[in-house]
Design a protein. Structure first.
Length: 197
């Protein structure tokens, strides 16, 4: 209950405080990337139940001749890179926090297609609500291997506390200001998880 109250208080406060910035970013996304302004995608939440996570778009919708989306590196614009580096693309996620799909802190919600690929231990990352930021995000983010990332997620599940959440939030602010660990080496974003074999 304390975590939920804290999540809602911070989410409402940040949304109100940053509302002019959020409106400005929405306008810039519309100008630079067109419609839709928001990127919405089903993601697994608590106990693997899917919800629609919202972010500001940071990529174009360009496809090849067969209608398949081009690789991330080709669709990620300079403006999109700025949004990701500043983490401003994550601001709409505060709405997910308010309606209860996400928490401020928890394992990042990944793709639904990954669900059958997790080991039993890795799947424990879904024993808590996913977060806008998490233990893995402040300990390497996209520079980590998938195994390292999942191990940190499960460590958080085993050790979660209000004090740890505060520590993660403070470290997140530091990481955002520093703009570190944004992409995997040689990748525009993060390579896909294909299983543990």
């Amino acid at each position: 209950m304390i975590k939920r109250l804290f999540d809602c208080t911070i989410a409402v406060s940040v949304l109100l405080l940053l509302s002019p910035l959020i409106i400005l970013v929405a306008i810039l996304v519309r100008i630079n990337l067109g419609s839709p302004i928001l990127f919405k995608q089903p993601r697994p939440g608590l106990h693997g139940k899917t919800f629609h996570m919202a972010k500001f778009r940071s990529m174009t919708s360009e496809t090849d001749a067969e209608g398949v989306l081009l690789p991330d590196a080709e669709r990620l614009t300079r403006f999109g890179k700025f949004l990701r580096a500043s983490s401003m693309d994550e601001l709409p996620g505060l709405w997910n926090v308010l309606i209860g799909n996400m928490s401020l802190v928890g394992p990042r919600p990944l793709l639904v297609e990954y669900l059958p690929l997790y080991s039993q231990e890795q799947a424990r990352r879904h024993d808590v609500k996913p977060g806008i930021t998490g233990w893995a995000q402040v300990n390497g983010r996209n520079t980590l291997s998938w195994q390292e990332k999942f191990a940190l997620d499960v460590w958080y599940v085993n050790n979660q506390s209000f004090g740890l959440d505060i520590k993660i939030l403070l470290l997140t602010v530091y990481k955002v200001v520093k703009r570190s660990d944004i992409s995997a080496q040689g990748q525009a974003t993060m390579t896909k998880f294909t299983g543990n074999s």
